[in-house]
Design a protein around this ligand. Structure first.
Ligand code: SF4
Length: 308
């Protein structure tokens, strides 16, 4: 059996967990390639028009994997525990959306479902998936714990690397973006590349201790419902003293981000902030110009602060 993992959405958050789990169980898998023009085209053709760009990209990756594997891996995530929190409805619905989109092809989907409000924990979800894969309970449990440890270690390394970047001299810009947007080679990476070419050090909001970020976010807003957005808001509270500016990166037309970005702009007035909307169109000239002027403004502001 070969499992196809779409390189989109939760892949960027959980790929170490998933890949280690499948490796431990001896399950063969392939990951779709980096996003490219063709994948965006496929996603746009199959997803409904109102979908956010990230969702279209995910659909494009699924489309790429059809006929290249036996099962396509599409986990469903709804809630993680806090009674007032849930994740964007796209992550709850994507399994059904893809199933419906490709109903004529009768896709075989491998999934797990996390909804802690309804007692479906991550452990339970992975145990069920392991059983479906025909593996025995002890092996699945071991695979899950090995995968969790690998995930933890990788996260710690990422956070430590970022800590070192924060200590470096230079203009540091905090990128507030979901990992599936900023790590995407086609839509997010050009932003990081341009900032580096402009001599800046990009700091990623998604590289953060998630529990700590959620605690911080609660102090900023007690009503914000979306877990992943809350982590990003908390990351601003954690990193803001060490960065010179903030870039909010959003995929078009994201409901949660548009609301949360407004709140961020009002609550963190002390830092220069811009918002970049990813629409998947070709060409980066507009984005580069905006970044150049943003960096110039920050430099000017820093020089003025120094003169005073
Ligand atoms: S949070 Fe926004 S970008 Fe992410 S899946 Fe939901 S609508 Fe799309």
């Amino acid at each position: 059996m070969k499992v196809g993992i779409p390189r989109g959405f939760l892949y960027y958050r959980y790929h170490i967990l998933w890949e280690t789990f499948f490796d431990e169980l001896g399950i063969e898998y392939i990951v779709s390639p980096d996003t490219n023009k063709e994948i965006i085209k496929r996603g746009t053709e199959h997803a409904i028009d109102e979908s956010c760009l990230s969702s279209k990209i995910f659909t494009g990756h699924v489309d790429y994997l059809i006929d290249k594997c036996d099962y396509i891996f599409i986990p469903r995530v709804a809630t993680f525990g806090d009674k007032k929190e849930f994740v964007c409805s796209k992550f709850q619905a994507i399994y059904d959306v893809i199933n419906n989109t490709y109903r004529e092809k009768k896709l075989k989907i491998l999934y797990y479902s996390i909804d802690v409000h309804n007692k479906d924990t991550e452990l339970k979800a992975f145990m069920k998936m392991g059983k479906f894969l025909g593996k025995n309970k002890a092996l699945v449990l071991k695979a899950y714990y090995v995968a969790k440890q690998a995930e933890k270690t990788s996260k710690l390394i990422e956070i430590n690397n970022q800590k070192q970047l924060l200590e470096k001299d230079g203009l540091k810009i905090l990128i507030v973006s979901h990992p599936y947007n900023i790590y995407d080679k086609y839509v997010g990476e050009p932003i990081l590349k341009t900032l580096k070419e402009l001599g800046c050090i990009p700091i990623l909001g998604c590289v953060v201790d998630e529990k700590r970020a959620l605690e911080k976010a609660k102090m900023i807003s007690s009503t914000l419902p979306w877990t992943f957005n809350k982590e990003l808001v908390g990351s601003i509270a954690i990193y803001k003293e060490k960065v010179d500016g903030i870039i909010l990166v959003t995929s078009f037309p994201c409901g949660p981000d548009s609301l949360v970005n407004e709140m961020i702009i009002r609550r963190f007035k002390e830092k220069p902030t811009i918002s970049l909307v990813l629409d998947g169109q070709e060409g980066t000239a507009g984005m580069e110009t905006r970044l150049e002027s943003f960096v110039d403004i920050i430099k000017l502001r820093k020089d003025n602060d120094y003169d005073e």
